[in-house]
Design a protein. Structure first.
Length: 652
């Protein structure tokens, strides 16, 4: 980075300063190019007044990795006055001993062992001494305090890019570019120096004579520090586009030179060298290669001639996981879906791999269909819709994989407000399903479409047929339980609100006993509607609150939107807060537009929303309503849901 540019890091400066006040030895660690040196040098300047014995900075990156050479370099940096023949270490101790001093040892990566000995000797010999080290791995001394330096916050990264690019950012999505570069200061600097920052190859060699002239040079240094197995794992792990768990690492990265039983220790070695990051997932430990480290590993994987085979192992592993997801029942539903959601990036890459090879199109379509629960229940409707459509277009041959994908695509079309497309897809399902295996689901989905059209009799005919088929085949989940939603909606449209409540309560009891948490969300939303229509505001609010809490856990965007709209309806009708109701309607409208799909509402909910908005406009005036709706449109879906949970339901 240019010597005159240092952006952000205020929190890090304060935290490391405070840490040095408590600890005698602090090591700054972090991946290549993250800015450990710049942070250490800035701290050296900042803390100068606190150390009357001086702040002594030594760059050890090019020093031979033995104790005598390191002591010599530091003694010269500290200005130790040596008598003829006096060992550098003795002179250094004499120089540092009289007053409180700070020693900064930069670039200890290649001399970790000798640097650790030097630091240990100095700390034992010089009372009051503080030592700040930069290294991609710990020195391993007792009392060493590690401080992990991460990439810049996005706002600081964008600011740094703007400063260094000197206004050459027209048409560039600066935040996306910085994210692609892991918000690493060195990568941002290299991109900013290029004629076209957005297209810059930060791995190309620079010619400014710095320690790391490019990201290739920076990671090349890290690569030299790794053992043979660590280098193999780094290269093979580059096929993971995002985080991955130990099971995946063992399955995908095990091959010549690396056994499955050695993978965990090798992962830990790469973490210790700041190549790999360890993340505590919700249900397990996950690992991540930063994007720049992944790109470096991919180059080495290609040089090893293993790219094709490693990507095939990746495909096979996640094809197997998608098959297990398809076979799972309703038990531990949320945990399984959240685990599956964590693998979205890996699943997508595996599907894309299949779609890029004509002989594997059917495998990709099979994966996309296996993941129907992820696409329909975890807020990933657009991604699922895209992958299913592409797979269906690539492989038009009939078969069980295509039928399963068609059913998932039909349901997504209904959820995304595209009933005409859903009808066309269901017609193809009937045409290719000679044995009637999908008849129950076709009837179930057609009942949903009939409800959307307000055709109650048609909806009830289809759903009764579906329920009978599901019972006869023992398809309790995902077949029978979700049918309660259509039954109850049809009864509400008929005006049989009391009967709808009974059906919903029965469905809720079954879902709770079976562990079907997602269908329970949908039933609670409907219960909130019908209790509101019956004038039971307290019961309606409780049901919608439960639905919103469940939808948040699953990341179910559409259920959150519906719950937000119902919250606004309840707030308006009960006189809780007209202004807040208008704000919630604005937030929901903006979220629907952001989703780029037509709202898929039952006629009953659509009617409730129209009435609520008309009454709000009448009471507060069109101008004020639209002003508050605009305010709501700016707060985002998640914030609006949190406010609905905190402010609306606390009043009942």
């Amino acid at each position: 980075m240019r010597a005159d540019v240092f952006v952000g890091r205020q929190a890090e400066l304060a935290e490391v300063s405070a840490l040095l006040g408590r600890a005698r030895h602090v090591t700054l660690t972090g991946t290549a190019g993250v800015g450990k040196t710049r942070l250490a040098l800035s701290l050296a300047r900042t803390l100068g007044a606190e150390f009357p014995g001086g702040v002594h900075v030594a760059d050890l990156s090019d020093t031979p990795a033995d104790l005598a050479s390191l002591a010599e370099t530091l003694a010269d940096a500290a200005g130790a006055d040596r008598r003829l023949g006096e060992p550098a270490l003795a002179a250094l101790v004499g120089r540092l001993a009289p007053r409180r001093s700070l020693v900064v040892l930069d670039g200890c990566d290649r001399a970790v062992g000798a640097a650790g000995i030097l630091v240990g000797l100095l700390l034992r010999s010089v009372e009051g001494l503080r030592v700040l080290v930069t290294s991609r791995q710990r020195l391993g001394l007792p009392g060493e305090h590690l401080y992990q330096v991460g990439g810049l916050p996005t706002a600081d990264a964008v600011h740094l890019l703007a400063v260094l690019a000197d206004r050459r950012l027209d048409g560039v999505d600066a935040a996306a570019l910085c994210e692609r570069l892991d918000n690493l200061p060195l990568a941002i600097e290299l991109a900013a120096a290029a004629p076209d920052p957005a297209a810059a190859d930060v791995f190309a060699t620079a010619s400014d004579g710095r320690r790391h002239g490019s990201m290739r040079a920076a990671y090349g240094w890290s690569h030299e520090l790794c053992g043979p197995q660590e280098r193999l794992l780094w290269a093979r792990a580059s096929v993971f586009p995002d985080t991955f768990d130990l099971e995946a690492a063992e399955d995908v990265c095990t091959a010549d030179g690396l056994d499955a039983g050695e993978v965990l220790d090798t992962l830990l070695g790469l973490i210790d060298k700041s190549v790999l990051a360890r993340e505590e997932g919700e249900f397990d430990v996950r690992y991540r290669l930063p994007g720049t480290a992944r790109a470096f590993g991919a180059v080495w994987l290609e040089r090893l001639g293993e790219t094709g085979e490693t990507r095939r192992r990746h495909r096979d592993h996640f094809l197997g996981r998608s098959s297990r997801a398809e076979l799972d029942g309703e038990h531990l539903q949320l945990e399984r879906y959240r685990r599956l959601a964590a693998e979205t990036g890996n699943m997508r890459v595996a599907i894309e791999y299949c779609y890029s090879r004509p002989e594997e199109h059917r495998k990709g379509l099979d994966m996309a269909g296996n993941l129907w629960s992820l696409w329909t229940r975890c807020g990933m409707h657009a991604l699922g819709d895209e992958l299913l459509q592409r797979g269906l277009d690539l492989d038009p041959a009939p078969g069980p994989e295509r039928l399963k994908a068609l059913l998932a695509h039909a349901w997504l079309s209904i959820r995304r407000g595209e009933p005409e497309r859903a009808e066309r897809i269901l017609a193809e399902c009937v045409a290719v399903d000679a044995d009637g295996h999908a008849a129950a689901y076709v009837s179930q989905f057609r009942s949903h479409l009939a409800v959307l059209r307000g055709e109650v009799g048609e909806a009830l005919r289809h759903i009764r047929h579906a329920r009978g088929r599901h019972r006869s085949t023992g398809d309790f989940f995902p077949g029978f339980l979700p049918t309660y939603t259509v039954m109850a909606t049809a009864m509400m449209l008929e005006g049989n609100h009391g009967q709808a409540v009974s059906v919903l309560q029965e469905g809720r009891d079954l879902c709770e006993s079976c562990g079907d948490q997602w269908t329970l969300i949908r039933l609670n939303l409907l219960l909130g509607q019908v209790e509101h229509l019956l004038g039971n505001s307290v019961e309606a609010a409780a049901a919608i609150r439960d639905a919103l809490l469940g939808a948040q856990l699953f990341g179910d965007t559409f259920s959150m939107l519906e719950g937000l709209e119902l919250s606004a309806v309840i707030a308006e009708s009960s006189g809780v807060d007209d202004a807040f109701a208008a704000l919630l309607l604005g937030a929901a409208d903006a979220a629907w537009r952001s989703a780029e799909v037509s709202p898929s509402r039952s006629p009953m909910l659509a009617s409730l929303l129209r009435v609520a908005e008309l009454r709000l406009r009448g009471r507060m005036g069109r101008t004020e309503f639209e002003r508050l709706a605009r305010v709501g449109s700016s707060i985002g879906l998640q914030t609006a849901v949190e406010r609905a949970l905190q402010e609306t339901f606390s009043r009942f």
